[in-house]
Write a protein that binds this ligand. Structure first.
Ligand code: BGC
Length: 708
């Protein structure tokens, strides 16, 4: 049997899972699709209200209210708008520094697998469903603005917020983000693209100056924002850091020039919380809303009187807020608790994300799945009887949280024993050891690439005493595995699975779900190998926790993006550094064969759309899904270009013996680089190679083509 899978490279796909279909396109019909007003319609309404507002009212509107609100104006019937974090579900707040938020309190909110896990599914359709579910939960809580998706780049493994983001590759991030935005906004909730821009470390995050060249900015850091904007995102949050010497939240270059002019963003721009310092600059920059309250603009009346801020600038800011408010019909928005009825579906989506997002990195001698024949399984680890979660504003408590211990017990019953601190004799005597290690990543700081010492010792003790050790990693980012990787029999990268992720993990270990996730990051052998290495000022070291570290007294320091466009796999390939696990990598319980690569035109012009097709066949004994990846290589180029750049992917599920034809399309953009001289994209004539692979390093098929 041969099934034809036709897809446009940027189109979303419906993926059938090994269980039941989650709910695919029909999900979109469970609520009436929300349609915003057009810019012109909303602009008219904004105008009509703006003319009725006093200067004081306008000033009041452009500063946040009670930490998480757009300020109401009862005189003109403007409702308050509540905002809540974040990308992996709704962070429930009851009170916040003295503000009562109980009116917006949700009884519960679903804790989803972290976004890096969602990215590991390489399933944009699932990103839509995941985000739609979060949008529905916002509606249940009366939340008008979701403060997500978080979508910065995985530039280095130590960034405390990597779990909130979508990995290292701009193409994969873009395809996931655009569906995420559509999913959230289909419910009438605003999606906020954050943090703009180049906010890729949380080490003294308010003091780091990202020094990024123009090509890197356009080729690596901006495309996911552009994808989110083109998908209709109605808000952008600027970042804490400086970009090339200017604080992003008050930079004319960042907001007016790049975000508004170059990327075409027309809607609400807000600052990150306490991230701007100069009211004069802020008012001119294109920024609209200072959060959580007016600090830089606290003396706005004086600034206006002294001619430092123009009344017209405040008008522009207020109008942009009003325009977005009316476009989203917030004048009519009501909390809708009937969405509680959909929470079961949300949890199913969370489960499906974990099933597809868990990545199997190693499986020597097919020790996994664990068969019924195994006699004794010893389970140990720090996140066995508590959940591993990411912290900070993105934290979601969830409900009905499933622990790893309970879910594995359901599969293996009395064969499985949990020992918190096993001794070597206990480890040796088990048939199989399941050893969990993990990290507690958080906003506000970065964490070391190596595991905490006690966990490193434990995992080494396990692999050294039992050759059948399966390591389960629960983390939001890459960790150092080099010193035990070779001895581990199997490694499962489970990320932070959210409230139901451990069910998916247990299904994978027991063979009820065939893993299909692939890494959206490169995992290096040593942090020194990474393009981000050396970002911390000499003589300083990482810290953990909010504590009293007097952030503002730390001098501003440069983080030099010296690697330019070569981040992630682009770096490791260019520098010929062997990573431990490459981008795009992940195993299945079955195997796949690739064949028949054809390209519609081997000599093509820049205006042609190329159709690339190839076959993937399941040649194993188990039903499974493969994520086939397409990379473009520019062989003849006048500027340095990566050896490979991801420009297409497709997840296909097949029964044993079944094959699928994957069809992907490439256009001029997929061959182009950013030319700083002409300030535009340029597809240079010459030879390109199309690589089709199962990961960025496992290329199965290749073809040379020529741009005439
Ligand atoms: C974070 C944002 C978040 C905001 C509001 C900030 O500390 O950087 O991502 O949306 O707080 O909670």
């Amino acid at each position: 049997m041969d099934k034809e899978i036709l897809l446009l490279i940027s189109a979303s796909v419906v993926f059938l899972t090994s269980h039941t279909r989650v709910y695919g396109q029909s999900a979109k019909n469970r609520h009436e699709q929300f349609r915003p007003l057009t810019f012109e319609q909303a602009d008219k309404k904004a105008d009509s209200v703006l003319t009725l507002m006093t200067t004081d009212e306008k000033i009041a509107l452009v500063g946040g209210d009670r930490s998480f609100f757009i300020r109401p104006l009862p005189r003109l019937n403007l409702q308050e708008v509540y905002m809540s974090d974040a990308t992996q579900g709704v962070h429930i707040r009851e009170n916040f520094t003295g503000f009562d938020l109980s009116k917006y309190r949700l009884e519960k909110s679903t804790s989803f697998p972290s976004p890096i896990s969602l990215a590991s599914t390489w399933n944009p359709d699932l990103a839509y469903q995941y985000a739609e579910a979060i949008g529905e939960e916002c509606r249940a809580g009366g939340i008008g603005i979701l403060l997500g998706p978080g979508m910065n780049a995985y530039r280095q493994s130590q960034c405390g917020r990597n779990f909130e983001y979508f990995g290292e590759d701009p193409f994969l991030r873009s395809r996931m983000i655009e569906e995420y935005v559509k999913g959230v906004q289909s419910t009438g909730t605003i999606a906020t693209l954050k943090h703009f821009v180049a906010n890729n470390t949380d080490y003294y995050r308010r003091r780091s100056n990202s020094v990024v060249d123009e090509r890197a900015l356009h080729e690596i850091y901006l495309p996911p924002f552009k994808a989110g904007i083109d998908a209709g995102a109605k808000a952008v949050m600027t970042s804490y850091n400086l970009l090339n010497g200017e604080w992003c939240g008050q930079s004319e270059t960042v907001i007016n020039e790049i975000l508004r002019k170059q990327l075409g963003f027309q809607w609400l721009v807000m600052t990150d919380w306490w991230s701007v310092y100069d009211g004069e600059k802020l008012a001119k920059s294109g920024q609209d809303l200072e959060m959580p309250l007016a600090v830089a603009l606290k003396d706005a009346p004086t600034l206006i009187r002294d001619g430092k801020v123009k009344a017209g600038d405040i008008d522009r800011m207020a109008k942009s807020i009003l325009r977005t408010y009316f476009a989203m019909k917030f004048d009519k928005m009501k909390r809708d608790t009937s969405y509680y009825n959909n929470f079961e579906n949300h949890e199913r989506t969370a489960l499906q994300t974990a099933r597809e997002g868990i990545v199997l990195l190693k499986n020597e001698g097919n020790i996994l799945p664990i068969t019924k024949k195994s006699k004794t399984i010893l389970l140990t680890g720090d996140y066995v009887d508590k959940l591993a979660v990411g912290g900070g504003s993105a934290e979601v408590k969830g409900y009905n949280n499933r622990l790893m211990l309970d879910e594995l017990k359901k599969e293996f019953g009395d064969k499985l024993t949990y020992v918190k601190h096993p001794n070597p004799a206990q480890i040796k005597s088990a048939d199989i050891v399941l050893c969990n290690v993990g990290t507690e990543d958080s906003e506000g700081w970065d964490r070391p690439f190596p595991l905490p010492e006690n966990q490193e010792l434990k995992v080494r003790q396990c692999v050294e005493n039992n050759a059948n050790t399966i390591v389960i990693v629960t983390s939001g980012s890459g960790i150092k595995m080099t010193d035990w990787n070779d001895k581990a029999r199997a490694i499962i990268y489970a990320w932070y699975g959210g409230q139901i992720g451990n069910q998916a993990l247990a299904e994978i270990i027991a063979g009820k779900t065939n893993p299909s996730g692939k890494l959206p990051i490169t995992i290096e052998k040593d942090f020194k190998d990474s393009p981000g290495y050396g970002y911390i000022p000499a003589g300083e070291s990482l810290y953990t926790g909010w504590g009293d570290r007097k952030e503002k007294e730390h001098p501003v320091f440069d983080v030099n993006y010296k690697e330019g466009i070569f981040i992630g796999y682009r770096w490791y390939e260019e520098k010929k550094i062997e990573p431990l696990y490459p981008f795009g990598y992940g195993l299945s319980y079955t195997s796949f064969e690739y064949s028949n690569l054809t390209v519609s035109k081997e000599m093509f012009n820049e205006n042609d759309t190329l159709t690339i097709s190839f076959s993937v066949k399941n040649i194993g004994k188990t039903k499974g899904a493969e994520i086939a990846q397409l990379y473009v290589q520019d062989v003849q180029s006048s500027v340095p270009r990566p050896i490979k750049e991801l420009k297409g992917f497709k997840k296909v599920e097949m029964h044993p013996g079944e094959s699928a034809t994957v069809v992907l399309r490439l256009t001029k953009q997929d061959f182009s680089f950013w030319n700083p001289e002409t300030k535009g994209w340029y597809a240079e004539k010459g030879t390109f190679v199309i690589h089709i692979g199962s990961s960025s390093r496992d290329i199965k098929l290749k073809k040379e083509i020529e741009l005439l």
